[in-house]
Write a new protein. Structure first.
Length: 392
């Protein structure tokens, strides 16, 4: 054990000293190397700093693609949009004027009829006989009157006998005319142009003046459009009431019928207490019977015409905390934020606004990426056809 330890000490004494070796190596590096290393490090740091400063320079804002449209001017209506219903222009309950048995029916339920078309025929034989009897009596009285006139000319009869003959002739003539009227009433005809409903009696039924109506006829051309006006709108309505531009435009909600323009026929003289509205009625042309009684319709109550109104597409108008605005494109293709006062929406998806001039160019789409002074690449806006967009 002692021999092993002695051998280890001998080997350790023969091994080179680390401290001396390290000191020898440090002394072998020349001083100019340290200077060169420091210069290179400073140069590298300087280049890195220059690149960082270059990247901090603001990048040029990109050009934003937008669609634009010109501000147009034209005459547009000032209106109120309401909900209404249609009502028949005429309603006739066909009633029998004489008593008798129906022997013919000359129409189809739900068909259109013209004024004077035959609807029902009541058995005319009793009334024809009464007419023949009245005519015979009238002829006899006329012969008697002529005879009395001859006798009166010769002063053979008294004035009383002559007056009696004249009265009898007139009475028989009146009876003949009454019998003719009763016979004519056997042929029940349509008093108006319209559409018949479902009949209430069939052939073979006994009818008369006291029986229920035989059928109902509704006049559909023209047709009434009934609607209401809110009491808050009454000052505006009264301002233009009686003017030449006041019209009532009627159309169906699904746009299947071309809007039809008629005249204002009636406006009530009082506000309804329960609803706070005023009843109004227009007369609307309906030659194709596209509008039917009790059908719900939309109504545009036109009060006046706005001359040379400025219009822009509705999408061009944006809203911020400061209010409505549009972006106006300047000649250098930069945009300017312009506050506007929007008005009513018009046909073609256009909106009336105040605050822009005719022929100015406004941004229609792409406003979210814009700010005042931003550069844009304008493209023409393609107007889309929305059907009856004016009434939506």
């Amino acid at each position: 054990m002692n021999i092993v330890q002695e051998e280890e000490r001998r080997v350790a004494r023969k091994a080179p000293k680390p401290a001396k070796l390290r000191r020898t190596r440090v002394q072998s590096i020349p001083r100019w190397a340290y200077v060169l290393f420091a210069v290179l490090a400073v140069f590298a740091l300087l280049r890195t700093f220059q690149r960082g400063v270059g990247t901090l320079k603001p990048a040029q804002a990109p050009v934003r693609p937008v669609t634009v449209a010109k501000v147009v001017t034209k005459d547009v209506p000032l209106y109120l949009d309401e909900i209404g219903t249609c009502a028949a222009y005429e309603t006739v309950l066909v009633q029998a004027q004489v008593s008798g048995v129906i022997i013919t029916r000359n129409f189809q339920d739900g068909s259109d009829v013209k004024k004077g078309d035959l609807l029902f025929t009541i058995d005319p034989r009793p009334f024809q006989a009464a007419l023949d009897q009245a005519k015979a009596q009238a002829e006899l009285d006329q012969v008697t009157l002529k005879r009395q006139e001859d006798l009166r000319a010769r002063k053979v009869i008294s004035q009383q006998d002559y007056d009696t003959a004249v009265a009898n002739a007139q009475k028989s003539q009146a009876a003949t005319e009454a019998a003719q009227v009763n016979l004519d009433w056997c042929y029940i005809k349509s008093p108006i142009n319209g559409r018949v409903g479902l009949r209430n009696v069939d052939v073979g039924n006994l009818v008369g003046p006291s029986t229920p109506p035989l059928v109902t006829i509704l006049g559909l051309d023209p047709i009434y459009t009934d609607f209401t006006v809110a009491e808050n709108d009454l000052p505006l309505v009264r301002k233009y009431l009686g003017g030449s531009n006041v019209k009532v435009q009627t159309y169906l909600p699904d746009g299947s019928v071309t809007p039809r323009t008629g005249d204002l026929y009636f406006i009530d003289n009082a506000v309804q207490p329960g609803s706070g509205t005023v009843k109004a009625r227009g007369v609307t042309p309906n030659p194709d019977h596209a509008l039917w009684p009790s059908e719900f319709v939309r109504v545009r109550f036109i009060l006046d015409t706005l001359k040379n109104a400025t219009l822009v597409p509705s999408q061009a108008v944006q809203v911020s905390q400061s209010g409505p605005f549009v972006f106006v494109v300047k000649p250098d293709n930069t945009v300017d934020l312009r506050p506007v006062k929007p008005g009513q929406r018009q046909e073609g998806d256009l909106t009336v606004i105040d605050g822009v001039k005719p022929d100015e160019t406004v941004v229609v789409t792409g406003q979210l990426a814009l700010a005042p002074g931003a550069k844009v690449a304008p493209q023409p806006h393609a107007a889309q056809n929305h059907g009856n967009s004016q009434f939506r």
